[in-house]
Ligand binder design. Sequence first.
Ligand SMILES: Cc1ncc(COP(=O)(O)O)c(C=O)c1O
Length: 461
Amino acid sequence: MISEEKLVVLSMPKAPKILTDPPGPESKKILKRQADNESSVVSYSKGMPMAIARGKGATIEDADGNIYIDMFGGAGVMAVGHGHPEVLEAAHKQIDIVTHTLDIPSETREDLVDVLKELLPKELTRIFFGGPTGSDAVEQAIKLAKWNTGRNGIIAFDGAYHGMTGGSLALTTDSGHRDGIGQLIPDVHFVPYAYEYRNPFGCPDDETDLYAAKWLDRVLSDSHSGISKPAAVIIEAIQGEGGSIPPNPRFLKNIREITTKHDVLLICDEIQCGLGRTGKMFGFEHSEIVPDIVTLSKALGGVGFPISAIAYKEKLNTWPPGKTIGTFRGNMVAFAAGTAALRYMVREDIPGHAAELGKKVLDRLKDCEANSSIVGEARGIGLMLGIEMVKDKKTREPAPEYAKKVRSLAHRKGVMIEVGGHYNNVARLLPPLVITEELAMKGTEIICEVIAEIEQEAKGE
Ligand SMILES: Cc1ncc(COP(=O)(O)O)c(C=O)c1O
């Protein structure tokens, strides 16, 4: 596994460093330019008001010289960190050669295909680059499933996040994204995820996954369930935006068995939990299963170059040339960067580092949970972690305002995190996987401090 010495040089020294309470004057100027001209829908800069000057490894500097520990990682994109030298070198080389090639092959493109095929289960023989975003990959996955089965329906899980385009949004549950925009694609159905902390079944919490799997089996078996046999079930092996929820690994194992039994395709959306984040290269590996289709994006472009892919089984490789197309299927810089990033991750066992460091961070967060009345649950796997904020531990009433406060107070102290969750009440940590132990533990300490402050304020102390 990679040493702390090798990781230290990737990030800026002495983070966090807050010189001016953010947003400082330079950030304010740039934020104003954004507010005056960009869409009202811009959101991240509302939760973390700053303008970014540069990034390095697991650190970000704002326009006023404040340096933050990045525990947000560009929403999980920056697995190898900002500006990783090996990845930049590969990208710089490629940018001088050729940058856009549609789907006409080149060594650079086929190199990424080769690396992916080395990493994926051998049954997933085919790779398709369908467009630059994760949502594009999800669209292609559902199109492929429908084309091959001749069926229309898709089953997803409550709390799922699969994207913002028509089809992928229809599979995304957050009403904040869906409400008020009319009809999405039809024949999409949701079943319960194995979310133990909010177990909907009334069974022992540690059996939530068994009941959730049974529910899916019943829906697919019962001719009166109201759901016709679907083309596919789509699942995040570890739910991301839904609140960093790692289910018991047997959940996905059971979902695989049930979908096989009912002859329904299984799509694993690995856009967030894939490529090393959970301590294994793919989230589904924790359950030792092979999906029929896998979606990839985020970390696939190395240092944030937009790219996505689906990988699927040979038997599904039936669509004729041009059945699905798109202009941006050949971002050569992203291919070169992606190959360099994946090779680096394998060579240095970055997933192993994520697994080990994730355990240490989670231990500290569990400590925080034990000593706090407003942390319902700290959970996660690898460097995909969440802190579920509640008004009261006994009632478990969600406290989205506390989660937002954790984000804004942590930001002011120099730590960047995300907020998510079924009730928008989970402070989420998705740091670059190359973060040092020192930075990760410092960042975690600040988050715990901030939680204690919020608790004191809530108690009126
Ligand atoms: C699991 C999952 N699927 C799909 C997407 C959509 O990816 P994009 O935002 O690149 O369209 C995301 C984004 O967060 C995601 O987490």
